[in-house]
Design a protein around this ligand. Structure first.
Ligand SMILES: Cc1ncc(COP(=O)(O)O)c(C=O)c1O
Length: 249
């Protein structure tokens, strides 16, 4: 690249995902700092930045321990001192891309139980579906569930909590012990701030929900309205369409 005239350099990696062990992130930083030092020395280039990628995990299960950002920062700073400063390299920027850690724990998918089915298993059908949060359906990821108003009740019922798509993997929880759920109960699915609304989709013509922001003073504001049928068809563009771009003209 240098021979071809490139003058600005950075290093980027993404080696772990949803990793709660801070040692893995420190190791990534050490690996990239060392590589930057080695390449700088060998071919005489300066790195403007090292990008450590994302991958900091969040405690999806109540018993898991969150990553301590303070001590992680200190350890990465120590590695920087040893390797970058220790090799007499000019200072460089450190970037990270932690989407999940920054947003995940702060979003909830709030949904209502609208069906129950008691066959060989106990099913609770909710009005959300994997188009609102696809991790559980796509790869069986655990998202904690709270039945609002029943936080203190015993979790003595085993349910599959299922969405409303006609797909058999559209399940938010399988064999989950929860308090007894009645149709009309409101259910909060935790850690939906990442991979939720922003990565939602319109499978089966499902319309995206509204988004509500709870502020530090306890007040709630709607920061995104729910999609309408008009929104869904708004990109259609053929003569005679009732909804789309031509209809708007
Ligand atoms: C290159 C890159 N950066 C950042 C991320 C985000 O990771 P996370 O939001 O889990 O920190 C990903 C996810 O796969 C990725 O591939």
């Amino acid at each position: 690249m240098k021979k071809k005239g490139v003058r600005r350099f950075g290093l980027h990696t993404m080696v772990v995902s949803n990793e709660l062990n801070p040692a893995a992130h420190v190791q990534t930083a050490r690996m990239l700092f060392s590589l930057a030092a080695e390449i700088s020395k060998k071919i005489g280039i300066e790195f403007e930045f090292v990008n450590l990628g994302g991958g900091i995990g969040i405690p999806y299960k109540p018993e898991q321990v969150p990553v301590n950002f303070e001590s992680l920062g200190k350890e990465i700073k120590q590695a920087y001192k040893e390797i970058i400063e220790g090799n007499g390299m000019p200072s460089l920027n450190i970037y990270m891309e932690n989407g999940r850690a920054m947003t995940g724990p702060f979003g909830y998918l709030v949904t209502t139980a609208i069906h129950e089915k008691h066959t060989y298993k106990e099913y609770i059908g909710v009005d959300a579906c994997m188009a609102n949060l696809m991790r559980p359906g796509m790869y069986g990821a655990y998202h904690h569930i709270t039945v609002l108003g029943k936080e203190g009740a015993k979790s003595n019922h085993k349910y599959d909590v299922v969405g409303s798509l006609c797909e058999n993997n559209d399940k938010f929880a399988i064999d989950r012990m929860l308090p007894e759920i009645k149709v009309g109960d409101v259910i909060a699915i935790h850690n939906a701030g990442a991979h939720g609304h922003a990565m939602g989709f319109n499978y089966n013509g499902k319309l995206r929900s509204a988004e509500l922001l709870k502020k530090t003073d306890g007040s709630v504001e709607m920061i995104r309205r729910a999609e309408t049928t008009q929104d869904y068809f708004s990109t259609l563009n053929f003569p005679g369409s009732k909804y789309g771009a031509l209809a708007a003209k």
